[in-house]
Design a protein around this ligand. Structure first.
Ligand code: IVH
Length: 796
């Protein structure tokens, strides 16, 4: 056996393995190997083919993208025209269709026609031509008689077989089907396009169309297109007696067909199918606009024939459209919790997928600009599932002469304060750049009723101060009556105040006052979250509480110091810092304390935080132009070499002023060195650096040899899991307590879990813990353990 023969055999084996895996993955939907194994086989084949280019064939799995971009698509004539379908919108339209079918076939009274049922995929009709089992051409539907040659593009679609499998296929086989994009593929593509500053698509159908009509097949290859076969074009002889049996044969040959394909008897069963798919529409992986019913018997199809360009034997039963046209009557602006002024479209009411829509979100002014929408425009509205309706597109051709641009109000529509555009501050590679943000904000803060209401609603919410019984409507009344002008005022409400509210009697008034009173001892994390600092969610609040340990430290932390915390970037750091700098926020906090709010768990700086500072990291945070992380490290090392004790900013500053020594610092180029000299020569810069350093020291942070290990909290490094129901406390409280002790609370049990707390009703997590031999505590033992750490839990 020669070398080439062995290679040829191995290539053949690899191709057949890959084809078999593809078939199982795309057609049977039963993957046989992990992706990594598939990739490994694929790369082996690529390598072998690279060594033996003479053995490369066009239908090798490696040859999906071949050839260069073309300047235009060729023309393809469809020998058998690609027809369209008649539509049924109402159930009775379908019954009428069925009546015509039975009449046309002259079926005896009482007997039913057999139908195939398939989803109507929302993509593009495509014809694929196989000769001797090889894909030789792909074409669009075009006008039904002539389409475009998109062979190079269809070859890139992963589930289109380049070569038919098994045997028995006719010499010439033309199949037809839909090229579409899954919902997930569409989301991924749009996200990637947006990231790269490219064009985004309004819906999966447009994305599929745009991707298929690319002159460069390499672009198509990068798009998540899929194919589903629903019919047969040119064949020398029928493949089977029925449509469903024909599709099953195509499936055996490796062509993907719908998993939802069914065969039923009669119109009522068709309607059942329609309702069933309709109910599952939102959870399907792809978009459909209806279902298609076809008389299943091929002989009967022939008998019925065609009327104009539609078969008499098939019909599309459409779902109510999820997109409609309507008019944009006006754009109003709503004010949110953080003062963001957001545009909302007021629409001429229109039925979309069975619901009257008169408002739609426009997100922000960037979105308004992207859409290019003007008041008076005709717009496409889309409503998918229970998502808020969205404005998808403007029909510019229908723009009236008196269309008006959308303008952000200069004053808040609720309180009349100024509206300002947010600035985005970007700090990178030593430069600080400002750009206009997409968000506009009312500067009124709590003086703005809209912001005040939202702020209070957030403050009292379950994950914040958790004041039970204080719903949105009550908050609105309290604010409207002027009883509450800041969250602090909740704690001075009297019985008479509450009793006077709509819907309150004696017992309910007392209950509300009691639940307000019982919220007076929040954890630091809950309190921080409740303040509603822009960009500070529950996780960030917990992080701030856990690491900095006290409100006082959080309040005065410099933004650079905050960025030492994991996952806190410059923007969030500035939001936090600016929040506590603002006088009115300080006043609210002081008032809350004066009204009896007492933080429960303030303490020391966490060891995890104390140990994370390094001089290099500090230099990096100074944003000295041309000094990135490695440069900062070099500078820190050199400064450390000059110091007798621990080096700090003073040593770096001295180094910056020492021309010779800085010039001989390795790892810094001249531009960086000059930049360091210039930077430290500015008195404000040096002062800022010293202030940050002083704060780090003051907070008990230290670097180099002083690094301590995390001796901080008793449960540091441990992972706990809570399962089942707890009686003495909610799971949220249990989680809070554990986290306060330094433990991580995870959602699932693994070998790394330290301990599992199992209440009544615990199931698989408990079983797994026992199987792994982990420590398991019931609630009583858990409470004991907490008490052991000095933590008590108020009875729930
Ligand atoms: S059958 C003669 N089956 O709907 C029958 N079409 O309005 C021709 N479509 O151009 C089509 N899913 O793009 C058929 N399961 C399906 C379909 C389907 C989607 C599209 C196809 C066609 C259009 C007809």
């Amino acid at each position: 056996m020669t070398d080439a023969q062995t290679a040829a055999e191995r290539i053949a084996q690899l191709r057949s393995d890959l084809d078999a895996h593809n078939y199982r993955y795309y057609v049977l939907d039963e993957p046989s190997v992990p992706d990594a194994e598939y990739d490994r086989l694929f790369r082996s084949l690529q390598a072998l083919e690279a060594e033996h280019p003479e053995l490369v064939t066009p239908d090798s799995p490696t040859q999906r993208v071949g050839g260069a971009a073309s300047s235009a698509f060729g023309v393809v004539r469809h020998e058998i025209p690609m027809l369209s379908l008649g539509n049924a919108f109402e159930e009775d339209d379908l019954r009428e269709f069925d009546r015509r079918v039975r009449e046309g076939l002259d079926l005896p009274a009482g007997s039913e026609a057999a139908y195939s049922c398939e989803p109507k995929l929302d993509g593009l009709a495509v014809s694929l031509l196989y000769e001797n089992g090889h894909l030789v051409r792909g074409a669009t539907r075009g006008d039904g008689s002539t389409g475009e040659d998109i062979s190079a593009n269809v070859r890139t679609i992963r589930n289109v077989p380049l070569k038919l499998r098994s045997e028995g296929w006719p010499e010439v086989l033309e199949v037809r089907g839909e090229v579409y994009m899954s919902k997930a593929g569409f989301e991924r593509l749009n996200a990637a396009q947006a990231e790269a500053g490219g064009k985004t698509f309004a819906n999966p159908r447009n994305a599929a169309a745009g991707s298929l009509r690319q002159l460069d097949p390499k672009i198509t290859a990068g798009r998540p297109l899929e194919f589903c076969c629903y019919g047969i074009g040119r064949v020398p002889a029928p493949l089977a007696a029925t449509h469903t049996a024909s599709l099953e044969r195509l499936k055996d040959w490796g062509l993907p067909i719908s998993r939802e394909l069914r065969r039923v008897q009669g119109a009522e069963a068709c309607l059942d199918y329609y309702r069933d798919i309709g109910a599952r529409r939102a959870s399907l992986a792809y978009e459909i606009d209806g279902v298609v019913f076809k008389v299943n018997d091929i002989g009967q199809q022939r008998e019925l024939g065609f009327r104009a360009r539609e078969p008499r034997w098939a019909i599309a039963h459409k779902f109510p459209a999820s997109e409609e046209l309507t008019e944009l009557l006006d754009v109003e602006f709503q004010v949110g919790r953080t003062g963001a002024v957001t545009p909302v479209a007021r629409l001429k009411p229109v039925q979309v997928a069975g619901v009257t829509v008169s408002n739609a979100t426009l997100h922000n002014m960037d979105e308004v600009a992207r859409l290019g929408v003007m008041i008076g425009d005709t717009v496409i509205i889309r409503r998918a599932g229970d998502v808020i309706p969205q404005v998808m597109q403007v029909v510019t051709e229908r723009r009236p002469a008196d269309a008006r641009p959308v303008q952000v109000p200069t004053h808040c529509p609720v309180c009349g304060s100024d509206v300002e555009r947010t600035q985005l501050v970007k700090r990178s590679k030593g430069r600080e750049s400002f750009s206009e943000g997409a968000v506009y904000r009312c500067v009124g803060r709590l003086a703005c009723q809209a912001q005040l209401k939202q702020a209070i609603i957030h403050f009292v919410s379950r994950r914040a101060m958790d004041i039970e019984g204080l719903g949105d409507k009550i908050v609105e009344q309290l604010v409207d009556k002027g009883l509450v002008k800041s969250p602090a005022d909740l704690y001075t409400l009297t019985y008479d105040d509450v009793f006077a509210l709509e819907g309150f009697a004696e017992v309910s008034s007392n209950n509300l006052l009691a639940s307000i009173a019982s919220s007076k001892r929040p954890t630091l994390a809950r309190f921080i979250f409740a303040l509603g600092i822009p960009d500070v969610g529950e996780e960030t609040a917990k992080l701030l509480a856990r690491t900095l340990g006290s409100l006082e430290r959080i309040e005065r932390a410099l933004p650079e110091v905050l960025t030492y915390l994991p996952d806190v970037g410059a923007e969030v750091a500035y939001e936090i810092h600016n929040f506590f700098e603002a006088e009115h926020n300080r006043e609210v906090i002081a008032q809350l304390r004066a009204n009896g709010v007492e933080l429960q768990d303030e303490g020391e700086l966490h060891a995890e935080f104390a140990a994370c500072a390094s001089l290099a990291a500090l230099i990096d945070k100074l944003n000295i132009p041309f000094v990135a992380a490695t440069g900062a490290k070099k500078l820190a090392e050199k400064a450390a070499g000059r110091a007798t004790g621990a080096a700090g900013i003073a040593e770096v500053k001295a180094l910056a002023g020492d021309w010779l020594d800085l010039s001989t610092t390795k790892g810094l180029n001249e531009r960086a060195r000059q930049s360091i000299r210039d930077w430290f020569a500015v008195a404000d810069h040096a002062r800022r650096a010293e202030a940050i350093e002083a704060q780090l020291r003051d907070f008990g942070m230290h670097w180099q040899s002083e690094r301590k290990t995390a001796e901080g909290l008793p449960l540091a490094g441990q992972t706990w899991v809570l399962t089942g129901t707890l009686e003495a406390m909610s799971r949220d409280v249990a989680k809070d307590r554990l986290e306060a002790l330094g433990a991580k609370v995870a959602g699932s049990v693994s070998a790394r879990t330290t301990c599992v707390v199992a209440g009544p009703g615990a199931g698989s997590k408990l079983a797994k813990a026992e199987e792994l031999g982990l420590r398991v505590l019931d609630e009583a033992a858990f409470l004991d353990a907490l008490r052991g750490y000095g933590v008590t839990v108020d009875p729930a």
